[in-house]
Write a new protein. Structure first.
Lengths: 317, 349
């Protein structure tokens, strides 16, 4: 248990065969190059499907909501595990209904960055060799340094290793000393109000209110989202930029003290809205005001769901 | 009038587009950060023609994300005070055959009797389409339009069509009869261009032939629809539903998806009835006023998407409601792949 390293497929098969879990949530290969996708298996024979590599970007904690009432074996990266901790804090899932299968991770690859690096040429035979992504294009073999194609979120990751895993599926990854708040936050804070508004307005212009960000977020699980209420109708869903702005500002408000900075929202956005900037700012503010970091310990009380006399009251002065 | 064949020099394309923009609004592919997308342009220099399938397509120009149906005033009984502004003449520039075929789907749906859609029809009538062809090496690996019977050089409904020739020049075809009348206001941009030579035209025809020949292993739409008929109650849909997060990324980027929701927006006594894009993938899409929701989990919603595109659409209109552009594959946050779904369906007995 704990830091014991096991083979993912053997472990998943064993957990299902022994009846320790009803399902295992993991990742499986897809036919497309350099991609994988979430999968839920309930048969030990399907355990052979599971993989873990640098394409496994989805935060699988999101799928716990659909699996309520089942005992779940869940593959989590360090970032995903923080979301699981958050759900335990909020009584959405119970620790003893889970088998946490920890996947140490050095960062997942952003296909958009690969396309940019290759000037949008098609590629195949993608593999990671000695810190480089090697692919074959119509121009032959090309090598790209991994730092150029790994998700920016991952380059700042302070959570490469799960901390509460029942089993690990690989040896722990080395953890460089990094701040998990993007330097872009400080840069934006230094801008004038007008400049900050311009940055925000430019991002909101890109938003088409598809709600991919909300739907991949493990912390967003309201059965009727505020965007779906008609009585009262809190928000419109037109192309007026005020609608997109209202959605994101409100969602951020709802994520206060709950967003773990996993980056799933930013990766999910089909139009490239820079959500991470605002989530990072939110996490920075929460840490400064409440001395709280989301997803640390299952026993923590998230600041928005409890009152402590020593809570910071600067904003009332 | 027969088709006219003109030549645009490689360095002359930006100027040609800017000229067009002086006569009508132009919606063309531009680079926006890490993606290309369609956007309104005035300066031809901004246009990027090297991406066959820009991230968001041209659907927005025919079916805007938000469209005012009419304005009204509240009072003793509500009165309709004004219709929407009539659509301005516009050009969709650089639309590839995969996306031109999608316009055919929208045209079919919105002109269907007994209730053709006025706003769409008016906007469509005000739209000139200048298409663009390509060779197979320029297709993103997620584009599977040839599998659905679409040739990369098929101009379809386009009013004009651009093809890059081997020497870097662009061939501009200006099609005949009714189409040319619709674009009479653009003809002076074209008239000054040099005529193509007989060799150029032969090269174009060879490219078109080669493209048509590649459309061989085509999915049989009738067979697919029939298979789907037998799958309504199948637990097949669980495979998709289990990982689909129910967002609108696929539907909103899809050039054929066209569902909308109607709402009313008011400010004091004035208001507008608008329609906004909507999608069958959202959890509340089929929720009844009674509170009952016949599609209350992602499995029937995933089924609906596939059924509408490959079964109902085909049976009701004779065309598949998917043109294989692959945007849904690129955009899906759960990495769903409609090609894999189609293959799995094909393989079922």
């Amino acid at each position: 248990m704990g830091n014991e390293v096991k083979n993912l497929n053997d472990l998943a098969g064993q957990l299902l065969r022994d009846g320790e879990v009803d399902v295992v949530v993991g990742y499986e290969k897809v036919s497309r190059e350099l991609a994988s996708r979430p999968v839920v298996i309930d048969q030990a024979d399907d355990a052979a499907k599971l993989i873990f590599d640098r394409t496994c970007e989805n935060n699988l904690a999101n799928y716990l909501h659909k699996l309520k009432g089942k005992r779940v074996g869940i593959v989590v990266k360090g970032c995903d595990e923080r979301s699981v901790v958050g759900l335990i804090q909020e009584n959405q899932v119970s620790r003893d209904e889970l088998v946490i299968i920890g996947a140490p991770c050095d960062g997942v690859i952003d296909r958009k960055l690969v396309h940019l690096a290759l000037e949008r040429k098609n590629f195949k035979d993608a593999r990671v060799v000695d810190g480089e992504l090697v692919v074959t294009t119509c121009d032959g073999e090309q090598r790209i340094a991994l730092e150029e194609v790994v998700f920016p979120t991952c380059l700042q990751c302070a959570n490469r290793n799960p901390r509460f895993a029942d089993y690990l599926i690989a040896k722990p990854a080395s953890q460089p000393d990094v701040a998990s708040i993007s330097p872009a936050v400080a840069q934006t804070e230094a801008m004038s109000v007008d400049e900050r508004w311009e940055v925000f307005a430019r991002e909101m212009d890109k938003c088409i209110l598809c709600f991919a960000c909300r739907n991949v977020c493990p912390a967003c699980y309201c059965t009727t989202c505020f965007t779906e209420c008609t009585k009262p109708k809190w928000m419109s869903k037109t192309d007026d930029p005020a609608d997109a702005a209202f959605f994101h500002q409100t969602r951020l408000g709802h994520l206060s003290g709950r967003c773990t900075g996993c980056g799933a929202c930013e990766r999910a956005c089909p139009t490239g809205v820079n959500l991470k900037l605002y989530n990072d700012k939110l996490r920075k503010d929460v840490e400064e005001i409440f001395e709280f970091v989301a997803g640390e310990n299952p026993d923590d009380d998230p600041p928005m769901s409890c009152f402590k006399e020593e809570d910071n009251d600067e904003m009332f002065k | 009038m027969t088709t006219e064949y003109k030549i645009i020099e490689p360095g002359g394309m930006a100027g040609f587009i800017s000229d067009l923009a002086k006569r009508r609004k132009v919606f063309a592919p531009v680079v926006a950060g890490s993606v290309t997308k369609f956007d309104w342009v005035q300066d031809g220099q901004a246009v990027a023609l090297d991406s066959a399938i820009p991230r968001s397509g041209a659907k927005q120009a025919l079916l805007p994300r938000t469209e005012v149906l009419f304005y009204f005033k509240l009072g003793k009984g509500t009165e309709q005070v004004a219709g929407p502004k009539p659509p301005e003449p516009q050009i969709i520039f650089g639309l590839h055959p995969t996306d031109i075929a999608a316009v055919r789907v929208l045209d079919a749906v919105f002109s269907a009797e007994p209730s053709p859609d006025g706003p769409y029809i008016d906007r469509r009538a005000a739209t000139a389409i200048i298409g663009m062809g390509r060779g197979p090496e320029e297709s993103p690996d997620t584009c599977f339009c040839e599998m659905l019977g679409i040739s990369l050089m098929d101009p379809g409904e386009a009013d004009m069509f651009i093809t890059r020739l081997a020497n870097g020049q662009f061939m501009l075809e200006v099609f005949d009869s009714e189409r040319r009348e619709k674009i009479a206001d653009l003809m002076d941009c074209v008239e000054s261009l040099p005529d193509a030579s007989a060799e150029d035209i032969a090269e174009l025809e060879a490219l078109r032939d080669a493209a048509a020949k590649r459309v061989t292993d085509v999915l049989d739409p009738a067979e697919l629809a029939e298979k789907l008929d037998g799958m309504f109650e199948s637990d097949f849909w669980q495979q998709i539903g289990q990982r689909c997060v129910g967002c609108g990324a696929c539907a909103y980027l899809c050039p054929t998806c066209h569902c909308f929701d109607i709402s009313e927006e008011t400010r004091g006594q004035l208001g507008a009835r608008v329609r906004n894009w909507d999608t069958c993938q959202f959890s509340q899409f089929t929720k009844h006023a009674s509170g009952h929701n016949p599609r209350d989990n992602q499995n029937p919603r995933a089924r609906q998407r596939i059924m509408h595109k490959f079964n109902y659409g085909y049976k009701n209109f004779g065309i598949t409601f998917c043109t294989g552009c692959g945007r849904c594959i690129e955009a899906c946050p759960a990495h769903g792949d409609v090609r894999e779904v189609l293959k799995a369906i094909e393989e079922r007995k």
